[in-house]
Design a protein around this ligand. Sequence first.
Ligand code: ADP
Length: 161
Amino acid sequence: MVTAVYPGSFDPATYGHLDIIRRASVSFDRVVVGVLHNSAKSPLFSVEERVNILEKAAKNIPNVVIKPFDGLSVNFAKENGAQVIVRGLRAVTDFEYELQMAQTNRVLAPDIDTVFLTTSLEYAYVSSTIMKEVARFDGDLSKFAPPEIIQVLRMKMQKNR
Ligand code: ADP
């Protein structure tokens, strides 16, 4: 039984994230999505909101659970009995940071491997940051995330105005 953790900010989740979760759920017996609590990025959504959004969006993928976490991804992996950390790669700009993270995690926990899934081409440009930018100016979000996520994002933007 191979368990993978997929850590990230997911502020909020996009079609890109959901695509990685779906594909990881095919390759691994169990996927634990870790929603990072102490993000230095001062997230738009609270960790509870981000977990809630992902739970709804991934409810039809049977071997996936969503959990909040704090601290190091390798510790989150160990706590969940995971042998693998999954990360998504969109472009070369992701690569340098992701490689450094993977190497650091390798030093911290030599028995845990990082596996990269390359983005599906139709989501290569999708990121939570770009989605929030488009939402701020009331642009079309239909290519970025499912309708229920777009709805909570629009509500949050209105509240913050
Ligand atoms: P972090 O703050 O840890 O980068 P994110 O929520 O931005 O968290 O991303 C989590 C993971 O999902 C990262 O590995 C990122 O590269 C990946 N990811 C984000 N968007 C996409 C996408 N469109 N396609 C593939 N992977 C993606």
